[in-house]
Design a protein around this ligand. Sequence first.
Ligand code: GUN
Length: 284
Amino acid sequence: MAQIIDGKAVSKQVRERVALETVELKKNGITPGLAVIIVGEDPASQVYVRNKEKACEEVGFYSEKFALPESTTQEELNALVEELNGRPEISGILCQLPLPKHLDDKEVINRIAPIKDVDAFHPVNVGAIMIGDYNFLPCTPAGVMELIHSTGVDVTGKKAVVIGRSNIVGKPMAMLLLHENATVEITHSKTADLKAVTSQADILVAAIGRAKFVTADMVKEGAVVIDVGMNRDENGKLCGDVDFESVKDKCSFITPVPGGVGPMTISMLMQNTLTAAKIQNNVK
Ligand code: GUN
C-alpha cells in the first residue's frame, strides 16, 4: 500500500508560510490584494471563487470579487481588467475560466498586466516559464511540484510521464519537471500504446480529465502517482483520473481525490499573489 500524499496538510503549510510573510509585509504598509472576476452562473466556478476568497481571508490578503452577469460584453470585461491593471491595491487579477461562450478568454488573459497575472496564463509568463526565468508558476503544476517535494523523492534523473497536454496543466507541468532534471514525456489521447509509456514512469502525473483512466497495469511498481483529475464516477461521486483503489497497492506515493492536488492549487495562487505584491512594491 502506497503512502497517501496529504494535499490538505501540504497546502496548510504553504498558506502558513504565506500568512507569516503577509504579516511582515503589512508592517511596511503593504497588503497583497487579489481581484477575482467571475462571469455568469456556472456552479463549479462559483465554488472555486468562494474558496479563493476564503483563502485570501485566511492568509490576510485584501480581496475583491467582481461577479458579472452572463450578458457582460467583451468590451465591459476588457474595461474592468484595464481598470484593475491600474489599481495599486490590486496585486493580482484572476478571471475565472471557462467564460461564457460569447467571450474570448484569450483576449482577457492577454489584457491582464503580466505582473498581475497570478494564474501565469499570459503569453509573457508562459514564455518566462519556458526559459526558466519566471515570477509566477501556474498554480496547479506548481502545487504538484510541492506535493512531489513533500515525498522526499529526488526528481533528478527520474523518468516523468505527464498524461494530458493542456496549456493550464500538461504543458507547464512537463516544463517544471524538466527544470528539476527529470526526463519528461508528454502523452495524450492520440499517444500510441500509452500503457507502454506510462508503465515506465517513476513519476506519473495524470491530467487527462477522464474518470479512473489510469489503472494498475499502466503504473510502474513503486512509482509516484499524482492525480490532477476532478471527475464524477458512475455514482456521481468525486474521483480523479487514477483508479485509486487498484493503483494504491502498486505505487509508492499517491495523491487522493479529493484532498490531493485540489487544495494545493489555491495555496499556490496565494503564493503568486504574495509574490506579485512584493515585486510591485520592490520588496525582495
Ligand atoms: N478554472 C479552472 N481552473 C482555473 C484556474 O486555475 N484559473 C482560472 N482563472 N480559472 C480556472
